[in-house]
Design a protein around this ligand. Structure first.
Ligand code: NDP
Ligand code: 8X3
Length: 253
């Protein structure tokens, strides 16, 4: 039996990719779910297929007031959040820092850093009060290294790494655990979003080697969440076998 059966997990960015796969894995493990994203239609379709009841939130994590009020308005049966999976995030563009679109850069900072911060601030005090909690951030290999044309995306994921480490220090005298799961190349809508809907360019990112799937990462997130309470997984870096680091991937075509 799963240790997190009957717990409540809040997953941001559950309408696609890793967040959606995590929702399915956590539901199979018997977790109650609070799922958030901007695309409510996607969340409804997902929730209809899950074997548990969910509370769905149409949420843009960049909006601090919206985050605070959505979390304050969670119905009582879902309100005691045990596990927060800070997954909502994105890359926008791939260009030199001084040539890239500033709006793209601000969107990454606002979503990946400030959005994660708002959700964490809104949820952690309740975890401390209840004496149980686990924050699991989805970072990236880009939080450990920097690749050409990726300076601001990498900066946001370095910030996630620093926030994870800092929060773990801040919560060391509480039962609340803090972890990060840091993937390499995962085939999701990530590249489609990065390249503003250019499907051909997005597809090419995953050609010539076997990328991770969203399920591969979601299984790891579930494993991190399902450790005994005295075990805190600090970080997991998970790469496709053909990827050596943030910028070296062996491609056969
Ligand atoms: P997807 O694009 O498939 O999913 C991203 C999710 O984030 C969607 O559900 C999207 O929902 C949500 N999201 C984006 N912006 C916002 C916002 N402002 N408010 C609320 N939700 C938002 O990509 P992935 O599943 O790959 O990405 C998930 C996380 O994994 C990200 O943090 C990404 O940086 C990280 N990651 C991805 C890797 C990869 O190669 N794919 C590798 C390493 C890390 P909606 O648009 O409906 O709001
Ligand atoms: C996503 C993986 O290498 O495209 O964080 O930045 S990468």
């Amino acid at each position: 039996m799963s240790r997190i059966q009957g717990k409540t997990a809040f997953i941001t960015g559950a309408s696609s990719g890793i967040g959606e796969a995590a929702a399915r894995k956590f539901a199979e493990a018997g977790c109650n779910l609070v799922l958030a994203a901007r695309r409510m239609d996607r969340l409804r379709t997902l929730a209809a297929k899950l074997p548990i009841k969910c509370h769905l939130i149409e949420l843009d994590v960049r909006n601090r007031q919206a985050v605070d009020s959505a979390i304050a308005a969670i119905p009582a049966e879902f309100a005691a959040i045990d596990i927060l999976v800070n997954n909502a995030g994105k890359a926008r563009g791939l260009a030199k820092l001084h040539e890239a679109d500033l709006a793209d850069q601000e969107e990454m900072i606002d979503t990946n850093v400030k959005g994660l911060l708002y959700c964490t601030r809104a949820v952690v005090p309740g975890m401390i009060k209840r004496g149980y909690g686990h924050v699991i951030n989805i970072g990236s290999i880009a939080g450990h290294e920097t690749y050409p044309n990726g300076s601001v995306y990498c900066a946001t994921k370095h910030a996630v790494d620093a926030i994870t480490k800092g929060l773990r220090l801040d919560l060391v005298d509480t039962p609340v655990r803090v972890s990060t799961v840091d993937p390499g190349l995962v085939e999701t809508e990530f590249s489609l979003v990065r390249f503003h809907g250019d499907t051909e360019r997005a597809k090419k990112v995953y050609v010539g080697y076997r990328p991770l799937t969203a399920d591969d990462v979601a299984e790891t997130v579930l494993w991190v969440a399902d450790r005994p309470e005295h075990v805190q997984i600090a970080e997991v870096i998970i790469l496709p076998s053909a990827q050596a680091n943030a910028y070296v991937t062996h491609k056969t075509s």
